[in-house]
Design a binder for this molecule. Structure first.
Ligand code: ADP
Ligand code: MG
Length: 262
């Protein structure tokens, strides 16, 4: 079933005058429960797409439809994780999560919200760190708290904009495995939109990859490694190499002429 649909979407940040589009005639459908990665060069419109799905911006033309209804603003059915840890610095890890739960579920008791917060801190391996403030946690730990907060809000859709972009390689791998495991083992199968500029990360995580060039989706690739994927198996497979080579050559397209122009 279609969860998110973009129909002939164009978007410009300028409302009038001599403007250009950040996105032009974008069409796609994301099914319920799918993990979709968007990949493409910097400035091609990936973050802009997230703001449209989030309901912070609205298409200049066309429409963004979620669960059959045009998006009219942000909603508790969607949660967002950014590259820069968006935790409140004056709240402990646990209170950050409680805050997220209370925003999403008005009227929930503090006790119940604290129970849920603890459960999610456990899921991300931070059960003993609930009382710490963000400045007392490493970048990777802060991002785990942000993921726990997003998951605890119980939204159907997770919008993630380069969430692991600022994390070192080892912690990045741990977080990739964590997000895969959490998304697979949750009772509810969430729909995930995950932006990255890392080709290998996209192939490892995604059910489907949209490769973008400026303003457009150029390619829609189905990645069929299934659930419970193992890193070593995926990275060593022919299919992985073929998708990676395909994507890398697209990134390379035009780089020679750019170098000459420099
Ligand atoms: P990406 O996330 O793929 O790097 P963005 O969606 O951030 O790309 O940007 C797409 C285009 O929109 C770029 O040309 C960028 O300069 C422009 N843009 C992004 N944010 C704004 C903004 N707030 N105001 C004006 N232009 C913007
Ligand atoms: Mg971006």
């Amino acid at each position: 079933m279609s969860k998110i649909q973009l129909e002939n979407v164009s978007f410009s940040y300028q409302q009038s005058g001599d403007f250009s589009y950040a996105l032009e005639d974008v069409n796609f459908e994301i099914n319920e429960g799918e993990f979709v990665c968007f990949i493409g060069p910097s400035g091609c419109g990936k973050s802009t797409l997230i703001t449209l799905m989030e309901g912070l911006n609205f298409p200049s033309k066309g429409k963004v439809v979620i669960d059959g209804n045009p998006v009219s603003g942000p909603g508790t059915d969607r949660c967002v994780v950014f590259q820069h840890y968006s935790l409140f610095s004056w709240l402990t890890a646990k209170k950050n999560i409680v805050f997220g739960i209370k925003q999403a579920q008005a009227g929930i008791s503090t006790k119940k919200a604290e129970e849920i917060a603890h459960e999610y801190l456990e899921k991300v391996g931070l059960a003993d760190f609930g009382g710490k403030y963000p400045y007392q946690l490493s970048g990777g730990m802060q991002q785990r708290v942000a993921i726990a907060r997003a998951l605890a809000s119980d939204a159907d859709i997770m919008l993630m904009d380069e969430p692991f972009g600022a994390i070192d390689t080892r912690n990045r791998m741990l977080l990739q495995d964590l997000i895969l495991r959490l998304c697979e083992n949750e009772k509810k199968k969430r729909t995930v939109v995950f932006i990255t500029h890392d080709v290998e990360e996209a192939i490892y995580l995604a059910d489907r990859i949209f490769y973008m060039e400026p303003k457009k989706i150029k390619l829609d690739i189905t990645v069929d490694f299934g659930s419970n994927r193992e890193r070593a198996k995926v990275f060593g497979s022919e299919r992985f190499l073929s998708i990676r080579n395909n994507l890398v050559s697209m990134f390379y397209d035009g780089i020679d002429s750019e170098a000459v122009a420099l």
